[in-house]
Design a protein. Structure first.
Length: 393
């Protein structure tokens, strides 16, 4: 009996020797890691709640971008109209000068005939001046008397003078109207320019506020996540060190006992179309900034980029979505080729309602200059406001 008790005492001592002592929990503790992860969840929930506000703000930003696009393209359209008005005024001025020269020519001829008819009348004599339209009713009566006394040739000449003066008066009025139209077009272009600048500025301010709010919220979540990951990593490293220390202590005890377990432990071990030309050139402009009303070479707006791209293929189109839409046949979307122009906005009687244009480059993608604060980039053509496509020619 005494021998049995002795053997039990020895076995208990061996069991205690092989069991590692209880160790304090590695720092950081599981509670600290859990608390850090809870902070991540809390801030992520705050970010999720703010996402609703951000979504509303982005919707407003999209509306501002569309409005800015319409204003910019309205300005481009006014520039086209201004150039047309300038051309009409220049042409009217040329016609007026020709008419005034004809008046001077015929008046000189009549003056000479009058001098001959009156036996060499002095051309500076006030009587000769009555032959012009500036003499009013008395002048007209005097001309009537002259016509009665002069021959058919002289009478026809006087009628020619009067006709040329009437033509000149009509052309003078037309020139004044063309000038007034030019000034009105210039005024409207300046107003459109101011409206476009204001719309772009509103868009830029809104985008800046949204991005700042988004960065602030995201930075808080990122900071919490980084802290939680740091604590979790530290805890994993501490737990790994503790495990290795326990295994080392156990291996040492087994080796000291000389048991077979020590050996067992050690054994565990440890061809190009015109459209292609335009598309390839547009793709070479990737990364250049969007600047409204710009047409290169360092920056573009949407219609400025497509205008310059098709110039490379020898096709001239206006810097305006309103006329680019009608620059060629409209192409069904299932028959698109590289270089075709894609238009966005609304189809109405007002061409200004088409406010954006991009260029198809294949596989459902387009290259375009999107909006203020962005750069020339490749994007999907499938937007909600896609209205159709045109192939310039």
């Amino acid at each position: 009996m005494h021998t049995v008790k002795k053997r039990l005492l020895v076995a208990c001592c061996l069991l205690v020797a092989t069991c590692p002592p209880a160790a304090a929990e590695p720092a950081p503790s599981a509670g600290e890691v859990a608390e850090a992860r809870a902070a991540v969840r809390h801030r992520a929930e705050a970010l999720g709640a703010a996402s609703v506000r951000l979504a509303t703000a982005h919707t407003r930003l999209e509306a501002l971008a569309a409005e800015a696009g319409r204003k910019v393209e309205a300005y481009n359209g006014q520039l086209v109209r201004l150039e047309q008005a300038k051309a009409r005024h220049a042409a009217a001025t040329v016609r007026l000068k020709a008419a005034e020269a004809k008046v001077a020519e015929t008046s000189a001829a009549v003056s000479m005939l009058a001098a001959q008819s009156y036996g060499g009348m002095d051309l500076s004599n006030p009587m000769v001046g009555l032959l012009s339209d500036e003499g009013g009713v008395p002048g007209y009566l005097h001309r009537a008397g002259m016509l009665a006394s002069m021959g058919d040739e002289q009478g026809e000449m006087l009628k020619l003078v009067r006709d040329t003066q009437e033509v000149a008066a009509v052309l003078r009025a037309q020139t004044q109207e063309a000038y007034a139209e030019q000034q009105d077009a210039f005024r409207q272009a300046e107003e459109a320019k101011a409206a476009a600048r204001a719309a772009v500025d509103r868009q830029a301010r809104e985008a800046k506020l949204i991005e700042a709010e988004k960065r602030r919220l995201q930075s808080r979540v990122d900071a919490a996540r980084s802290e939680a990951e740091r604590l979790a990593r530290q805890r994993e490293e501490a737990l790994e060190r503790a495990r290795l220390e326990r295994e080392a202590r156990l291996a040492t005890r087994l080796a000291q006992r000389g048991g077979a377990a020590a050996g067992g432990w050690a054994a565990g071990g440890s061809s190009a179309t015109m459209g292609d030309v335009a598309a390839d050139w547009a793709l070479s402009q990737l990364g250049k900034p969007y600047v409204w009303a710009a047409a290169g070479p360092s920056s573009y707006d949407c219609s400025g980029l497509t205008m310059r791209a098709w110039e490379q293929a020898g096709v001239r189109i206006d810097h305006w979505t309103g006329t680019q839409w009608t620059s060629g046949p409209h192409i069904p979307l299932d028959q698109l080729r590289r270089g075709d122009l894609l238009f966005f906005g609304k189809l109405t009687s007002n061409p200004g309602d088409i406010h954006h244009v991009g260029m198809y480059v294949g596989r459902g993608l387009m290259v375009h200059a999107p909006q203020t604060g962005d750069v020339v980039r490749v994007a999907s053509m499938w937007r909600r406001d896609l209205v159709g496509a045109t192939r310039p020619r």
